[in-house]
Ligand binder design. Structure first.
Ligand code: PT1
Length: 261
């Protein structure tokens, strides 16, 4: 899964068309590079980030989804908290709802169930505004697995087919470096949930903290986490650097596919 940024660039005041056009070019490059799923988000959910209103989020995401869909059959994921954005995104051609809230918002489960598309349910402790203030667990791995188990059941109860559910431990969402490392090391345990597993670690501060490097120097660290995740059975990695990560994952696939004699 490749991450497409749709937030206006503060260094240029080119306006909406410029932003959509740049995002579309970015999407085309990822498609060329061999991406399977494009993740489109119109609201930042990074630690400390605030809210964006629905009209703004729709204006950032819907024209882009339509434009991508006009030229490609690539899978499109909508990263949103808002039922209205889910509905319009799916109408425009999105195949997957990526929910950092695991569809806990008012009406989200019902709307997703009605739309009939695949959903990604992610674990988060707290809210994006405050989640990094004092993340706290007795046993982070079992608590995250337990949460995801409960959200799978809630989704199935709401009418979402089990085959249409993906789960994600939510790296960096209410977790210290220690919590993130424990989760990364324990990813094989998530297989017990019985649904595909996705992770997003690319360029995150857990890599920055280990390396002491800013976001633009985290490529090799990011690739390393993708390789670890894939070796531990993760099905989908959410990344910024598609071509580079695909090379690394081809090596993992080759090793996993070799016949031991
Ligand atoms: C994710 C994810 C996401 N991450 C899913 N969706 C983000 N399913 C947005 C940092 O510590 O992992 N899974 N959508 C981006 N969020 C963050 C969180 C970005 C933490 C950066 C950090 O640097």
């Amino acid at each position: 899964m490749g991450v497409i940024n749709t937030t206006p660039d503060s260094f240029s005041d080119g306006g909406r068309f410029d932003t959509t056009e740049k995002a579309l070019q970015h999407a085309r490059q990822m498609i060329d590079d061999g991406v399977d799923i494009l993740d489109i988000g119109g609201e930042s959910t990074r630690p400390g980030s605030g809210n964006v209103d629905a009209s703004e989020e729709l204006a950032r995401t819907i024209p882009l989804i339509q434009a991508i869909r006009e030229e490609s059959d690539v899978q499109i994921s909508i990263d949103t908290n808002k039922p209205v954005v889910m509905q319009q995104a799916v109408a425009a051609g999105a195949n997957l709802i990526n929910s950092i809230w695991a569809l806990r918002q008012e009406n989200a489960l019902e709307v997703a169930a009605k739309l009939g598309v695949t959903v990604c349910l992610m674990h988060m402790q707290g809210t994006p505004e405050t989640m990094q203030q004092n993340p706290c667990y007795d046993d982070v791995v079992s608590e995250v697995i337990e949460f995801l188990q409960q959200r799978i059941e809630a989704a199935v109860d709401a009418g979402i087919a089990r085959e249409n559910i993906i789960v994600d431990p939510g790296f960096g969402f209410g977790k210290t470096l220690q919590h993130n490392l424990l989760l990364l090391k324990s990813l094989a345990q998530f297989e017990s949930l019985g649904v595909p597993l996705m992770v997003g670690i690319s360029r995150k501060s857990m890599i920055g903290t280990i390396l002491g490097k800013p976001v633009e120097q985290r490529l090799y660290g990011s690739i390393s986490t993708a390789v670890i995740a894939a070796m531990l059975g993760v099905d989908i990695v959410r990344v910024h650097d598609v071509a580079q990560t695909l090379d690394a994952l081809a090596i993992v696939d080759a090793v996993n596919g070799v016949k031991v004699q």
